[in-house]
Design a protein around this ligand. Sequence first.
Ligand code: HXC
Length: 257
Amino acid sequence: MAYETILVETRGRVGLLTLNRPKALNALNSTVLREVVEALQAFEADAAVGAIVVTGSEKAFAAGADIREMQPKSYIDMYMEDFFSGWDALGRVRKPIIAAVSGYALGGGCELAMMCDFIIASDTAKFGQPEITLGVMPGMGGSQRLTHFVGKSKAMDMCLTGRMMDAAEAERSGLVSRVVPAADLLDEALKAAAKIAAFSLPAVMMTKEAVNRSYETTLTEGLRFERRVFHAMFALEDQKEGMAAFVDKRSPNFRNR
Ligand code: HXC
């Protein structure tokens, strides 16, 4: 499948999606949105893919939603198009998605990274929600997800001043899971994804679902959900295989069933 704004390939059991609109620092316009959603849905449907990496260029993961595309729009345009709602499709991808972020992840770029399951950042990464400098506010989840990740004080600071956070601060604040040298970013992200993709896919998907549930419900409900899913895992062939392999002192051979 040929895309205009992204590159798509598979490396072993890992689906790799690279944002590729270098002239606009990977600004997210409606073509990028359509292509990203299409490519992720194709990875989701492909039984040979067990995990996904989303990345950008060395200079920019994505410098935000496309300001030129948004600039002429009126309230009624935005409302009738339900602008940005297309990105909600990412939340329906059940396979794990790692964001590998180098350079700018600003506005919608930061929000796209936060829609992924975790973020591995290069030491050059810069995160920010600069929408306030444009006379607006985050519109792809930034005011909510950033607050969950880094807490109210830092989220307010980021959204109200529009300042950028470097990779070290992002790691300290819990926005990113690890920081690696820029030259190693893609390798490290692919290695992490390959590791996940070698596990039992249903177990991985159920684990993702359970962790995500913690954002949406009370502790009591979340714990109940976890226990039900944990019990259900004992219906998996992969549970039998994983535990038998441990007892037999050999590597497991998961069949994704
Ligand atoms: C459209 C963009 C863009 C964007 C960069 N470009 N960001 N085009 N939308 N978000 C384009 C520039 O216009 C320029 O095109 C080219 O990419 C290179 O950018 P430069 O500014 O020349 O690069 P540099 O000087 O290195 O500065 C990099 C930068 C800066 C600091 C990242 O580009 C910048 O501040 N970008 C905007 C960041 C931002 O505000 N993001 C939030 C967007 S709003 P030309 O053709 O001139 O060479 C958002 C959510 C909105 O994401 C939610 C509310 C509805």
